[in-house]
Every structure is written in C-alpha cells, then in structure tokens.
Write a protein that binds this ligand. Structure first.
Ligand SMILES: Cc1cc2nc3c(=O)[nH]c(=O)nc-3n(C[C@H](O)[C@H](O)[C@H](O)COP(=O)(O)O)c2cc1C
Length: 334
C-alpha cells in the first residue's frame, strides 16, 4: 500500500478520485482590481466558530492579493457554471470581463447564480509544501437550491444522490427493485411510457396517436421532408411510416404535401404547428414536474446518462437538430 517515493502523476491521479465541489474564490488586489481563482481544495473546518479552508499554489499570480487582503468570498459553483470555472482556472487574463457582479461585503466581488456563497476573513495562513493554506472565519453566507457542480478525476461531474435506507430523497420513496426491474432497457422503457401517459391524454384530445406525434415533432424541427427523410428520423421507434399514415395527417389539416423539384415534401400547416407546440408544452411540463420530484440536479444527471446510452446504441440515424447539409456530410463521411 504505502510507497517510499511516488510517481507524481499517479499521486495526483489518486488524489483526484476524491470527489469535490468546485469553488471560485475572489478578493481584490492592492490596486483595487478584482482577483479570483477556481479552487476545489475548499473544505469546512469548524462550525463554532464558523471556519473554512482552502489552499493556493505558491506559483499562482493571485497569491500576493490573497496574502495582502484579509477578505475573500468563496462561491460554491452550481452545475451550470462549468464555463465560469474554466474562466477562473486560467491565468492572468481579465477573468471578470463582462460579468455581472453583486456588491459584496468589504467591496469583495460577489458572483451570481451560485449554489452557496461565504464571506470570509483570513484567520490563519499556513505553509503547506507548494501551497499556502488559508483558514478563514466565515462572516456571512447565503445558499440557493441550485444543484452544485462536482469535480471527479479531472472531469466536471454532477452529483446524483443515492438513496439511503429510511431516508426519502423525494416525495416518492425509491421503489424496491426486483432483478428484472434492474434491467436498463426495462427501466428506460417503463420510464418513457409512464412519462408519456399525460401526453397520451393530450394526443387523444387531438385525435392523434404516438406515431403521429413523432411525425409532427420531426416536422416542427425539420420542416419540408420527404417520406423517406421522415422515416430516417423516426426509424429508432421501430415502426415505418407509410404514405397512408401521412394522408390521415393531411386529412386532419396538420400537414400538406408540396411538390418541390420533383420531390413530394410534407410541410406543417399552422394547425399542425399549433398541435405540435401544445404537445411539446405538455412534455416540458411533465419533465418539470419530474425534475421537481427527483430534484433538478438528478434530472440533469439522468439526461447526461441517457444521452450516453443513446450514443452507445446509435443506429447511425441523422441528427434531427443538425442541418440537412450537416447530415449529408456525416452520411458521406461514414
Ligand atoms: C476544478 C479546479 C480546481 C482547482 N483547484 C485549485 C486549488 O484548490 N488551488 C489552486 O491553487 N489552484 C487550483 N486550480 C487551478 C487554478 O484555478 C489555476 O491555476 C488558476 O490559473 C490560478 O489563477 P492565477 O494564477 O491567476 O492566480 C484548480 C483548477 C480547477 C479547474
């Protein structure tokens, strides 16, 4: 286990398995310029008196500012602040350019939209090898419900919470899962059908089925498609769409058939666009409701994982959100 001398890279890599949040720590230089760095060495020290710590590389350009100015703010970044973390992890450039700051205590810059923020005053500075350790007394703090950004093995991450026996993470208790219910395909399928149950009611009121919902959704993103192109976008659902299926959408005045350069292309009518917008609004409302129940952070983590599953099982279908030219280029390249 213990080694007499370490490979620095391996040591760093082992340390990075310790999953942390990400903070930006700000202060002001002697000339009044705002100063800030990204740091994940932040930790709590004491509740009473309230104290925190973090460590700063001795080679950091901001070192003189943090040793001269006793006041600094710690910002626990929210999951959407990855770009801000990147900006403050760069050296020298004007990291605050264009940022909308809040006036902070002692004129120390305060960043917005964070998960939590602490106003601190240096209590002690210790030397710790190639870093200086700042221990601060907490003078004030605030907190939001925004899910925090995490950092793990050199990559940004999201903190998806694991259920603990007897502790409810959300209004609905985590179900006991039998073996079968632990199959990913079953879980993804069941989640899909349960989520679209509300949408089904809307479709029923619009006298549309799920397949027609898919067609209208595709046309609302990429209008004016041939039957073959529509089929490419919905191929993953397993059911091919025929000209008869399209004829019923034409009859319901959701779609019209337009002849263009020798091709027959389906185009959404205003009626069809309205129906699709209503469906999308319902789908969004269902999603918001689920995010509220399971937590926005967990919902975001779930989306990332599902995107990875979709990529891992990609059938080589065209990208619905890419332009036709981009999709053609992808097709020729493969
Ligand atoms: C996620 C993350 C965490 C970091 N944590 C620290 C840290 O705790 N201490 C540190 O000195 N540098 C840390 N860094 C690196 C600094 O943010 C980086 O060196 C920055 O350029 C320093 O800015 P400065 O030279 O302008 O002071 C971290 C970088 C990232 C991306």
């Amino acid at each position: 286990m213990a080694k007499a001398s370490f490979d620095p890279q391996e040591f760093r890599s082992a340390l990075s398995t310790f999953t942390t949040g990400v903070t930006i720590i700000t202060t002001r230089a002697e000339n009044g310029d705002p100063v800030g760095i990204t740091a994940n060495s932040f930790n709590s020290v004491s509740l009473n008196p309230p104290m925190v710590l973090w460590s700063l590389d001795k080679s950091a350009m901001s070192l003189p500012s943090f040793t001269n100015n006793k006041h600094w703010n710690v910002h626990i970044l929210s999951s959407e602040q990855e770009a801000l973390s990147g900006r403050f992890a760069s050296r020298g450039e004007d990291k605050f350019k264009g940022l909308d700051l809040e006036p902070g205590m002692n004129n120390i810059p305060l960043l917005r939209n964070c998960t939590a923020r602490f106003n601190c005053r240096t209590a002690f500075i210790y030397e710790g090898g190639d870093h200086m350790i700042f221990v601060g007394e907490v003078l004030g703090f605030d907190k939001t419900d925004l899910p925090p950004l995490a950092f793990q093995s050199g990559l940004y991450a999201l903190a998806a919470r694991k259920p603990r026996e007897g502790v409810q993470l959300s209004a609905a208790p985590t179900p006991e899962c039998s073996y079968t219910e632990d199959l990913l395909g079953y879980l993804a399928g069941r989640a899909h059908f349960q989520m679209v149950a509300t949408l089904q009611n809307v479709l029923k009121s619009q006298q549309l089925n799920e397949q027609q919902f898919f067609i209208l959704s595709v046309l609302s993103i990429q209008d004016s498609l041939t039957l073959e192109e529509i089929n490419q976008f919905v191929e993953y659902t397993g059911g091919a769409i025929s000209a008869e299926d399209m004829a019923s959408l034409i009859e319901q005045e959701h779609v019209v058939l337009v002849k263009k350069n020798g091709d027959s292309r389906y185009v959404l009518t205003a009626n069809g666009r309205d129906a699709s917008l209503k469906q999308i609004a319902v789908a969004k409302a269902v999603e918001e409701q689920i995010a509220k129940q399971i937590g926005h952070g967990d919902a975001e983590a779930l989306k990332i994982l599902l995107k990875r599953v979709i990529k891992a099982t990609d059938l080589g279908l065209p990208d619905l959100w890419a332009t036709k030219e981009e999709n053609n280029a992808k097709k020729t390249a493969s």
